[in-house]
Design a protein around this ligand. Structure first.
Ligand code: PDD
Length: 281
């Protein structure tokens, strides 16, 4: 395997950044994850747009333009011989002697890209089974719209999920409303048959898969409603699912140990997964 580190491809095992990288010391950086279908980036534009927005929000310089970065991502995919999988990009503010405030003068941002294959057949089998989620209290900062590498609450939430046999944790805010998952957006299909997911004025990441799925849903003529929901509403919903570059559209069959519907993946979520993949490829 090969990774891109600050201008060159090196063997994955030899890919290192400096101990004074601000990503390492302060989580001062952002990332993006693209799904890859047939060697091509899925939802390429949406992820680039969010990357530039994340960088601008933190006043980290763009390490290169979109055309150059696209070349790097494609080269990472090629060198790792990925047909179906994920490409990961991380940009940090760079390497500087430790100080909470930004380095002055500025230093070049650090850029890392990796690409890995996923077993689509296995992923499809998992989607046919669906997954469980558990709820955790929302305890993240107020800028979850930035795709920051500061993921400690997300990591702890995901670990809590894993220890309880679940694939995802849903954060629940002070009003008892689900915000999103530790690494995905949260959806239900309510008793009236409306698709529901948290609106992007809330403190959530604006999922690119979520946005594309809005188009898929509109084209399919299904009703959508960005109205927040509680865990109790999700447990008594017709269906539930999550979206993200890592999971695509994945049916949720249990929430905090309570079955959703009959406890098997719902027909609409299953259909939306197929339609999303058809559109993304
Ligand atoms: N996670 N919400 C959070 C907190 C996320 O971390 C992600 C993505 C999403 C879904 O966004 P998108 O559809 O653009 O992938 C929502 C990536 C996959 C990750 O952390 O690996």
């Amino acid at each position: 395997r090969f990774a891109y580190v600050n201008g060159r491809f090196v063997r994955h095992g030899d890919a290192v950044v400096h101990i004074e990288d601000r990503g390492y010391q302060l989580a001062d950086g952002v990332y993006e994850v693209w799904a890859i279908f047939d060697g091509k980036l899925a939802d390429a534009e949406g992820h680039f747009a969010r990357l530039w927005r994340s960088l601008d929000s933190l006043r980290i310089a763009h390490p290169m333009g979109q055309a150059a970065l696209t070349c790097v991502l494609r080269e990472a995919i090629r060198r790792n011989m990925v047909r179906d999988g994920l490409v990961y990009l991380q940009v940090t503010r760079g390497v500087a002697r430790r100080d909470h405030a930004f380095p002055n003068p500025a230093v070049p941002p650090s850029v890392v890209v990796t690409a890995k294959s996923t077993d689509r057949a296995l992923a499809e089998r998992k989607a046919e089974q669906g997954g469980a989620v558990v709820s955790v209290p929302e305890n993240r900062w107020g800028r979850c719209d930035i795709k920051s590498i500061g993921l400690l609450p997300n990591a702890l939430a995901k670990q809590a999920a894993r220890e309880r046999g679940a694939i995802e944790a849903w954060f629940v805010d002070d009003l008892g409303l689900v915000t999103e998952g530790a690494s995905s957006n949260a959806w239900i299909i309510d008793a009236e048959g409306h698709l529901r997911t948290r609106d992007t004025n809330a403190n959530i990441l604006r999922g690119v898969t979520r946005s594309t799925l809005f188009e898929v849903i509109r084209d399919a003529g299904l009703p959508i409603n960005e109205k927040p929901f509680t865990i109790a509403e999700a447990q008594s919903a017709r269906e539930a699912f999550i979206t993200g570059a890592g999971t695509l559209v994945l049916p949720i069959v249990s929430i905090d140990g309570t079955k959703v519907g009959d406890g098997s993946p719902g027909p609409v979520a299953t259909r939306l997964r197929r339609l999303y993949i058809e559109r993304a490829r």
